[in-house]
Design a protein around this ligand. Sequence first.
Ligand code: SF4
Ligand code: SF4
Length: 242
Amino acid sequence: MADTSPFQSIAQAERFRFACHPGVPCFTECCRQLDLALTPYDVLRLKNNRNLHSGRFLEQFVLIEWEEGMVFPLCYLTMVDDGRASCVFVTREGCSVYPDRPGACRAYPVGRGVSRGQDGTIREQFVLVREGHCQGFAEDTEQTPSEYFKDQGLELYNLYNDEVAGLLQHEQVQLGFRPDRAQLDLFILALYNLDMFRQELADGRIAMKRPLSPGELQGLAGDDEQLLLLGIRWLKQEFFGE
Ligand code: SF4
Ligand code: SF4
């Protein structure tokens, strides 16, 4: 039987033909009818692009989903009720948050999965997603997944997403750790609601067991990337006693 799955595994150095630009006939088709899960770094970039407090951004643009059986919540970008379930940020001209678009939008049609070895080393795997509506595969440009990710500016996204993966895939989670309701709220606070997290730290409502490093102090002073790293450390402290 023919393989009809749109997913095809691809090696990091294997070449594939693909290009996306405003001239493709399917321009912005992939910005509709989609479930777009946001990582903490996606929200950091998007709320700064919109110049919004993280709490306001979550209220306005994010659906938080958690149900029995899930370990941690998932945060989805809301879609517009226009009959096509379009992304809130898509316009006729393209993506209105393009310089800060989410990692999944940058990576498409390449998917990246990571797993951690016992020594903490990261193993990457790539898949190519060939969906019927996407005509970028008819373009002439050739590249490898690594080249494509570099071209799409994914280095920082992968860096911070991999830091978050160190929490999500923590060995205590593999051993059965499940957050309670209060811990689920802490998870959203420290990873997705960074401006509120900073305020709670500054007000002394959150205590770290170990003193803040110079980088973490920068996070407290306004550096969101450093604050995200501090949030991950705080959650590991609260969840796993590290
Ligand atoms: S964020 Fe931009 S690129 Fe991503 S789905 Fe929305 S409009 Fe498309
Ligand atoms: S469907 Fe594919 S080629 Fe068309 S706009 Fe989206 S990513 Fe680009």
